[in-house]
Design a protein around this ligand. Structure first.
Ligand code: MN
Length: 207
C-alpha cells in the first residue's frame, strides 16, 4: 500500500498573508509529494516493510535494511512532518491556548510569551534545514526542541525523543518566497496561523 499525499485541510490561500498562497502550493504539491514519491520508491520491493505504518517505519530506522535507512529517514520523516505541519495551522489561527495546554505551557515556561520566545529561538538557531517542535518528552513534560533535516522526535535515531504537539518547518522552501532570509519574521508570523484547537487536541490525545 503506497503512501499518498493528504489533502490540505484548508485552501492554499487560507494562511495569507502570513504564509502566502504560492508557497503553500509548491510546499504541499511539490515538496511534500516528492517526499512521498521517494519514500514509496525506497520501500518498494522491500516485502513486509510495505505493510508497516509510517510511525512504525520512522520509529525503527536502525532496524531497517542499511541500504534504505537514509531514504526512509529523510523521506518518511518528510512525509510525517509535513502531514503533521498542515494540521497544526489553519485560517483564523493564532491567539493563545487555554485549558490544560495553556496551564501546562505557563507551568513549564512561565508564560505564553516565554514559550513563544523559546520556540522562535529553537527555529531561528537551527543551522541549515530542519524543524522546531513543542513535544511531550519521555518524562511526560512539555519541551521545546529542534531537529535537523527531516528528523523528528518520534525517530529512534533522534537526539531528543517525545511526541510532537506543535511543529514548524524552517527549511528555506517554507518561507523564502515571502521572507527571503528573514527566518525569525516567518517564525513570528507562524504564530498568527497556529490552530491551537488542533494543538490542544494533540496534547489531550497523549493523556
Ligand atoms: Mn517543507
Amino acid at each position: 500500500m503506497a503512501f499518498t499525499l493528504p489533502d490540505l485541510p484548508y485552501a492554499h490561500s487560507a494562511l495569507d498573508p502570513h504564509i502566502d498562497t504560492r508557497t503553500m502550493e509548491i510546499h504541499h504539491g511539490k515538496h511534500h509529494q516528492a517526499y512521498i514519491n521517494n519514500l514509496n520508491g525506497a520501500i518498494e520491493g522491500e516485502g513486509s516493510l510495505s505493510s508497516k505504518s509510517l510511525e512504525e517505519l520512522i520509529g525503527s530506522i536502525g532496524g531497517l535494511p542499511p541500504a534504505i535507512q537514509n531514504a526512509v529517514r529523510n523521506n518518511g520523516g518528510g512525509h510525517w512532518n509535513h502531514s503533521f505541519f498542515w494540521k497544526v495551522m489553519g485560517a483564523n489561527g493564532g491567539g493563545t491556548p487555554s485549558g490544560d495546554l495553556g496551564d501546562a505551557i505557563n507551568g513549564v515556561f512561565g508564560s505564553f510569551e516565554e514559550f513563544k520566545a523559546a520556540f522562535v529561538k529553537a527555529g531561528a538557531t537551527r543551522f541549515g534545514s530542519g524543524w522546531a517542535w513543542l513535544i511531550v518528552n519521555s518524562a511526560g513534560k512539555l519541551e521545546v526542541c529542534s531537529t535537523p533535516n527531516q528528523d523528528n522526535p518520534l525517530m529512534d535515531v533522534a537526539d531528543v525523543k517525545g511526541m510532537p504537539i506543535l511543529g514548524v518547518d524552517v527549511w528555506e522552501h517554507a518561507y523564502y518566497l515571502n521572507y527571503q532570509n528573514r527566518r525569525p519574521d516567518y517564525l513570528n508570523a507562524f504564530f498568527n496561523v497556529i490552530n491551537w484547537d488542533a494543538v490542544s487536541q494533540n496534547f489531550k490525545d497523549l493523556k
